[in-house]
Design a protein around this ligand. Sequence first.
Ligand code: PGA
Length: 242
Amino acid sequence: MNPMMNNKLLIANWKMNPQTEQQAIRLARAEDQKGIVICPPFPFLDGVKGKLKKAELGAQDLFWEDPPGGGPYTGEVSVLMLKRLGARYVIIGHSERRRWLGETDEMINRKVLSAARGGLKVILCVGEPLSVRKKGLNAAKQFVKSQLRKNLKSVRSPVIVAYEPIWAIGTGKPDHPEDTLKMVRFIREVAGFSRRVLYGGSVTSQNVKSFLCYKEIYGALVGGASLKAQEFRKIITIVKKL
Ligand code: PGA
């Protein structure tokens, strides 16, 4: 772990952005600070890694099989490949992958096991859809608990959990920090030794403090705002001062 001095961690999840390696390197240079994990798309991992002095590198996914000599898995990337590129972290189970790629809890569990076995730090994403949240926070807690049970089955080492209510991702409508705090406390109880919990979902410089001011909230997973160098630097400055 390489968190900030106040022990907070910010993950920059660039998703399928930016469009060129040149842009990726420019953004990485602007965000290269202690306590930041930069997660570019696979094609830019190597170029970005070469420029980082303080931030750490993360991947946005991996495959669960990792035979030492490679294997017949078209389009997939193994834990060993990521480690050789200098990645230290990997995001697993993001709701966009659950939705668009049909990733199941079982697949996610296999990925978590593979990453943990291979020595990457896992950022496991969980979170409920709007239909569940509409039934109340307790319903959301039960949904998340079921995800954690399945995704962390047989996992014996700590992972970082990112609580990302699906309806808050990319919508400009973040969760209420008091509700997030309740959920984070709940996750810390049910996820056993995985007590580092992040919040993700429309985090900006306007709202980051309202989440990260709580000591139980270990950091943030930032999507859209991590693609704007100035805005992300503002977030870093605010978090550093907490
Ligand atoms: P957002 O994305 O900050 O754009 O809402 C967060 C995420 O999906 O990790």
